[in-house]
Design a protein around this ligand. Structure first.
Ligand code: AMP
Ligand code: MG
Length: 486
C-alpha cells in the first residue's frame, strides 16, 4: 500500500496530440476537509488509507498541492444534449489528473470533479457542490456493489470556498476512478469539426488501450463499435432491472466502455412507474425511465455517425446497430428472469415480466421491496409481509401464474430463494436517504455517509441493525426531483 505520490502513473492520454485537451492545474479550495473515502475504491489503486495518506489526498483533491507524476488536463469533447448537437463542451469543471497503472487491477483514470474553471467552462464556475459530490460518491459505489458497470468514487473533499447555486454552498470535489473518460462525445467532436485524421488517432488510441484484442483486425473500427454497442446494451439492461434512472443520457455522458457515467439527477424507482422522470429539467420526459433503452440505442446511432469516416461502409454500421434492440432485450430478459428466480428463460417469460411491471405500476408497489419480498414467496405458504400488505386480486392472480411457472423451474424453493436474494437488493440508494445524509453532512456530520455506504457496499445482505435504510420511503421522500444545478 502507498500514498498517492508512490503510485505508478502512466499518463497515456496526455501523450496524445494537444488537440485532445488543454493542460491545466486545479484551482485551490480554502480550508479543505475530507468528507468520505471508499475503502474498496482505494484498495483498487493500492492507496493506503492511513492518516498520512488521507492528509495528502486532501491536499491534492482540494487543489492545494499536486503530485509530480500527474499530467493534469481538461479533455475536449462535444455531444448531443437533449437531442440537439452542442459543439462546445469539454471538461468544464473537472480534470483528468493522471492514469494509475496497478499491478493487479489494470489502469484507472484519476479524475477530479469540481476542480475549477478550464477553457471549456463556458459560463460555469468550474465547481461542484457538496450535495452533488456525495450523490455521485454514494451512487457510483452502490451501483458497483449491485453488479452494475460504473465508474467508481474514491473520496469527497469539501471546503470553505463559497459556490453559488440557488443559495450559497460549499465548493467540493469528487475523486472519480474510471477505466476511461472517453465518451461518445469525444468521437463526435472530431467528426463534426471534420478532423478525421484526429478521429482516427482517437479510435486507434481507444482500441489500443481498451480493446487490444482488435488492434490487428482489418475490421477493427467496426468491431470496436460492435463492442461499444454490446457493453452499452448490457449497462442499460442492468439499469432497467435495478430500477435506476440516469436522468441525463446525453452523448457526452456515455462512456465508451459502457460504464454508468456522470451521476447527476439520477434516481432509483420507489413506487414503480414506467414514466418516472428523475431530472427536474427534463420537461418532456426524454430521459424518463421507460425511454432509457431507446435513448441509448439512439445515442449509439450518434456514435455510428461519428465513426462513419473510419468505416466508410454505412451498411455494415447499420447491420451492427440493428442488433441493439435484440442485444438489449436478451440481457434484460435474462436479468429479470434471474430476479424472478427462474433458472432458464422460457418463451412466455417476457410476458410474465411485462404483466408484473404493469401490476406494480397500477398498484403503486415499491419496486425494491416487492422483489425482495418475492424472494421469500413459496406456493401454498403464507405470503411474505410486504406482499400481504398488497393483497389485491390482480396481484394474487399474477402470483398464481408465477407459482405455476415455478413448477417447471429447475430449482427447489430454498435454492431459488437464496439465488433471488443475490440479485434482489435489500438496500438501494433511495433519493430521500441520499437527501438526509447530505443534510447531515452540510451540518458537518459525516457519520451517516459512512453508515449508508456500509449497507450499500453489501446490498444483498440483511444488515438487521440498519433495517431503517431498507424501509419504504416516507411520502415526502417519493418522487423527489433533482435539479441539474450541481
Ligand atoms: P453535466 O451536465 O455535468 O454532464 O455537464 C455538461 C457540461 O457542462 C460539461 O461540459 C461540464 O463540464 C459542464 N459543466 C457543468 N457544470 C459546470 C460548472 N459548474 N462549471 C463549468 N462547467 C460546467
Ligand atoms: Mg457530463
Amino acid at each position: 500500500m502507498a500514498i498517492l505520490d508512490q503510485l505508478r502513473f502512466n499518463n497515456a492520454f496526455a501523450q496524445l496530440p494537444e488537440a485532445f485537451y488543454t493542460r491545466q492545474n486545479a484551482t485551490p479550495l480554502t480550508n479543505p476537509k475530507l468528507v468520505c473515502v471508499s475503502q474498496p475504491a482505494a484498495g483498487l489503486t493500492g492507496l493506503d488509507t492511513n492518516t498520512a495518506s488521507l492528509d495528502r489526498l486532501c491536499d491534492i483533491t482540494s487543489g492545494n498541492d499536486t503530485c509530480p507524476s500527474f499530467a493534469p488536463l481538461a479533455m475536449v469533447y462535444s455531444g448531443h444534449q437533449f437531442g440537439a448537437y452542442n459543439p462546445q463542451l469539454g471538461d468544464g469543471r473537472g480534470l483528468l489528473l493522471g492514469e494509475v497503472q496497478t499491478p493487479q487491477q489494470g489502469k484507472w483514470d484519476f479524475y477530479l470533479k469540481g476542480s475549477g474553471t478550464t477553457p471549456y467552462s463556458r459560463f460555469g464556475d468550474g465547481r461542484a457542490v457538496l450535495r452533488s459530490c456525495i450523490r455521485e460518491f454514494l451512487c457510483s459505489e452502490a451501483m458497483h456493489h449491485l453488479g452494475i458497470p460504473t465508474t467508481r468514487a474514491l473520496c469527497v473533499t469539501t471546503s470553505d470556498t463559497p459556490v453559488y447555486r440557488e443559495t450559497e454552498e460549499r465548493g467540493s470535489t469528487l475523486l472519480r476512478l474510471a477505466r476511461t473518460h472517453i465518451r461518445f462525445g469525444h468521437f463526435e467532436y472530431f467528426y463534426y469539426t471534420r478532423q478525421h485524421d484526429l478521429l482516427k488517432v482517437l479510435a486507434d488510441y481507444t482500441i489500443g488501450q481498451y480493446f487490444p484484442q482488435l488492434v490487428n483486425d482489418t475490421d477493427k473500427y467496426l468491431l470496436f463499435f460492435q463492442e461499444v454497442i454490446r457493453k452499452t446494451a448490457l449497462m442499460v439492461a442492468h439499469w432497467q432491472a435495478a430500477g435506476f434512472a440516469h436522468g441525463v443520457m446525453n452523448t457526452d455522458n456515455m462512456s465508451i466502455l459502457g460504464e454508468t457515467f456522470d451521476y447527476g439527477p439520477f434516481g432509483f424507482q420507489d413506487d414503480f412507474d414506467w414514466n418516472y422522470i428523475c431530472n427536474h429539467s427534463d420537461h418532456y420526459g426524454r430521459y424518463a425511465f421507460s425511454q432509457q433503452p431507446d435513448i441509448s440505442y439512439w445515442n449509439c446511432g450518434r456514435l455510428a455517425q461519428a465513426l462513419l469516416p473510419l468505416i466508410g461502409d454505412a451498411e455494415s454500421l447499420q447491420t451492427v446497430i440493428d442488433q441493439y434492440p435484440q442485444l438489449y432485450s436478451g440481457h434484460y430478459t435474462e436479468l429479470m428472469t434471474r430476479k424472478l428466480g427462474l433458472a432458464l428463460v422460457e418463451d412466455e417469460d417476457p410476458e410474465l415480466i411485462k404483466s408484473l411491471l404493469q401490476l406494480l405500476q397500477d398498484e403503486h408497489c415499491d419496486y425494491t421491496l416487492f422483489f425482495r419480498a418475492l424472494c421469500a414467496f413459496a406456493p401454498d405458504t403464507p405470503l411474505p409481509d410486504y406482499l400481504q400488505t398488497l393483497q389485491q386480486p390482480p396481484l394474487l392472480r399474477w402470483l398464481n401464474t408465477y407459482a405455476e411457472r415455478l413448477k417447471r423451474n429447475l430449482m427447489d424453493n430454498r435454492t431459488r430463494s437464496q439465488a433471488m436474494k443475490q440479485v434482489n437488493p435489500k438496500f438501494i440508494l433511495r433519493n430521500y436517504l441520499a437527501q438526509q445524509t447530505i443534510e447531515q453532512a452540510e451540518q458537518g456530520n459525516y457519520k451517516p455517509i459512512e453508515e449508508l455506504l456500509s449497507v450499500l457496499e453489501s446490498p444483498y445482505d440483511e444488515h438487521p441493525e440498519y433495517e431503517y435504510f431498507a424501509a419504504a420511503p416516507p411520502d415526502w421522500g417519493k418522487k423527489l426531483e433533482i435539479s441539474c444545478s450541481s
